[in-house]
Design a binder for this molecule. Structure first.
Ligand code: KIV
Ligand code: ZN
Length: 394
């Protein structure tokens, strides 16, 4: 079975979006968890962007020894030098350089001709490859690039030494058939693209990030760029947890696998919400508080008889804690705190008190309170913290 490599860009595309910035120690904590999750590549930052980004990349490189660590650079010498500086201590470094290829970006944003674009790709990818054993080239706005020119551009990148070609749907504009067709054309142009890894990177502006990522896999793409909880520029990136679970649940149809340990997904999602203070929506697939909650009587009845009736994956498989610590009105705050920590929360005293008040009220009405009830309560209470943080930051 083919392995699809997972390239996590939570610390770069995710972190660069409003409300998700992380300190250097937080990035390191998150990177350690991503390593435990089993992603293949961690994109650790964009070193030219700020001293903090550069420090973050350096710290992640020092800490992470089993995954490849990537750093982003525009196709310019100073950017590439900054990224190389950041990557210097990495066990498995990858220089990720990008240049827009659509006429819209070339003409209006970069004021480059197509010829200048091709020249910049050749010279900068070559320079990057002279200094780093593994180079990825991204054709920004690939999905809106005229296909003939896109082929020429990626051909230049390959000739200059890039072995990973990423074709992003930068503004989330593509529909799945189109996005897959683009990859098929490029693979054809590169005579099967032997020795080259094609990569998908999908933004979610029209809610198609995961669908487009799936279409890319079906077209032969074997690296996927994703973020935990789907965070990222604007509407975000395709969510890692959704894509890897999709590939697992539909493995028989899709015929691919990943190195991700699914049972670490929930903890990874919780760590990110804890670090950023930005909770996920309760109905978010895989990691939302309601993702495995069944309210309707008919559904509850079905689940009790056979979970497969309404659950296509069990909560335990994605790491939603199995232990049902039954909390009743006689349970103390300590038991509640332990449950909350188990579920990935770090409540303040005030939040613990508020959760406790709600748990006792619920226990009064229904005798016992399950982990899923606690999750829903914690989510509600912590969400307040998230919105207060957001207000404070305004
Ligand atoms: O969305 C995008 O095009 C990107 C590139 C820099 C890879 O994030
Ligand atoms: Zn992006």
């Amino acid at each position: 079975m083919d392995i699809v490599r997972i390239f996590d860009t939570t610390l770069r595309d995710g972190e660069q979006s409003p409300g998700f910035s992380m300190s250097v120690p937080e990035k390191v904590r998150m990177a350690r968890q991503l390593e435990s999750l089993g992603v293949d590549i961690i994109e650790s930052g964009f070193p030219i962007a700020s001293q903090g980004d550069l420090e973050g990349v350096r710290a992640v490189c020092r800490e992470i020894r089993s995954c490849t660590v990537a750093a982003l650079a525009r196709a310019r010498r100073d950017d590439i030098d900054a990224a190389l500086d950041g990557l210097a201590g990495a066990a498995h470094p990858r220089l990720h350089t990008f240049l827009a290829t659509s006429d819209l970006h070339l003409h209006h944003k970069l004021r480059l001709t197509r010829e200048q674009c091709l020249e910049a790709i050749s010279s900068n990818v070559r320079y990057a490859r002279e200094h780093c054993a593994e180079v990825e080239f991204s054709a920004e706005d690939a999905s809106r690039t005229e296909i003939g020119f896109l082929c020429e551009a990626v051909g230049r990148a390959v000739k200059a030494g890039a072995t990973i070609l990423n074709l992003p749907d930068t503004v989330g504009y593509a529909v799945p058939e189109e996005y897959a067709a683009m990859f098929r054309r490029v693979i054809d142009y590169l005579d099967g693209a032997n020795g080259i890894t094609l990569s998908a990177h999908c933004h979610d502006d029209l809610g198609l990030g995961v669908a487009n990522t799936l279409a890319a896999v079906q077209a032969g793409v074997r690296q996927l760029e994703l973020t935990i909880n789907g965070i990222g520029e604007r509407a975000g990136n395709a969510a890692l947890e959704e894509v890897v679970v999709l590939l697992k649940v539909r493995q028989a149809t899709l015929g691919v696998t990943t190195n991700v340990h699914l049972d670490q997904l929930y903890a990874t999602s919780r760590l990110l919400t804890e670090i950023t203070g930005a909770p996920v929506a309760p109905n978010k697939a895989i990691v939302g508080a309601n993702a495995f909650a069944h309210e309707a009587g008919i559904h509850q009845d079905g689940i009790l008889k056979n979970p497969l009736t309404y659950e296509i994956i069990s909560p335990e498989e994605v790491g939603v804690p199995k232990r049902q610590l039954v909390l009743g009105k006689h349970s103390g705050r300590n038991a509640l705190r332990a449950t909350l920590v188990d579920l990935g929360y770090q409540p303040t005293q005030e939040e613990l008190d508020e959760c406790y008040r709600r748990v006792v009220t619920l226990a009064d009405a229904s005798k016992s309170v399950s982990n899923r009830d606690v999750l829903a309560i914690a989510h509600e209470v912590m969400r307040k913290r998230g919105s207060e943080t957001a207000v404070a930051a305004e």
